[in-house]
Design a protein around this ligand. Sequence first.
Ligand code: LRH
Ligand code: MN
Ligand code: MN
Length: 388
Amino acid sequence: MTSFDTITPLLEKQAIELPSWAFGNSGTRFKVFTTPGTPRTPEEKIADAAKVHEFTALAPKVALHIPWDLVDDFSALRRYAEDHGVALGTINSNTFQDEDYKFGSLTHSNPVIRQKAIDHHFACIDVMHATGSQDLKIWLADGSNYPGQQDIRGRQDRLADSLQQIYARLGEEQRLVLEYKFFEPAFYHTDVPDWGTSYAQVAQLGDQALVCLDTGHHAPGTNIEFIVAQLLRLGKLGSFDFNSRFYADDDLIVGAADPFQLFRILYEVVRGGGLDDDSPVAFMLDQCHNVEDKIPGQIRSVLNVQEMTARALLVDRDALTTAQEAGDVLGANGILMDAFYTDVRGPLAAWRESRGLPADPFGAYLASGYQQRIAEERVGGTQASWGA
Ligand code: LRH
Ligand code: MN
Ligand code: MN
């Protein structure tokens, strides 16, 4: 197996973007439980995200959701983030909480409503210029509930036109990433339900348009690592929204439900050059912490990604290729499983200490007193999303 020392230069460069909404209260349509110390402003969310980076050195960027993180002065928010040791990352648009979008946004048949949705994305691009963000992430709730309710073909055409207009507004360094999700909130058809549709739409736009893969957005049993391999092969994997699921879009801690799946995904990332310096892939979390404390939840998440990345990097790829080409079925499988079963927690802890970080970032955070301080200081936290 590859030795741990040889993989640390790659691990050192690992960067995982945190979603601002992971720090707010969230829940299901049944109840949003509150957590003491929950941020009340975008600034407080950023301050909490910065703590995750301080203890792990893994999370140098914070993604924003507009309008959840709307502020008067995004340049000032950028400076605030930088003062806290982090940068602002992906700007996520939101066309799913406005009455006007009941029957769609970028796909809507009413030109006034469709223009409103396009204009929202123009406003997001303006925000990106102020925040220094690279990516505009678009996820659409657009779809229908009943066969015959909508012209699904016409909606694809309008989507293509809307995306074209948004794409034309991007700056040279900016990118559009189109996220797909197979269902919810629409239950019959969704306008961007799968990687193929996202790929077909972004391929028409140009090099600055790529696919976003949210690990929670597939039907049960989907071979997600195959999609990762294919999109990397096509040069169109722009970003990940990491989380884990047992049933639907559960938004649980990445690596919690199925660590082996996370390993397999990260192996294909490594295999496909997704960790290389010139890789287009941005790694992001998209999670909600409904019942657990949010900052420790995010720390656990980035550590899970780091651990599985380390294991994926430990795969002896030369030996694997030899076994694969020799038709050695069990030998090849054994080589992959050897890396998966390697406990990297000890070497990772020692390596962290050698870089001046806590060996146990999770424990160090809990002992730091920050959680108690914010619980005392902050009263009346905000809700992260659409949970109520
Ligand atoms: C949709 C989604 C998308 C949204 C986020 C809050 O399910 O994954 O990325 O922006 O949740
Ligand atoms: Mn997502
Ligand atoms: Mn989702």
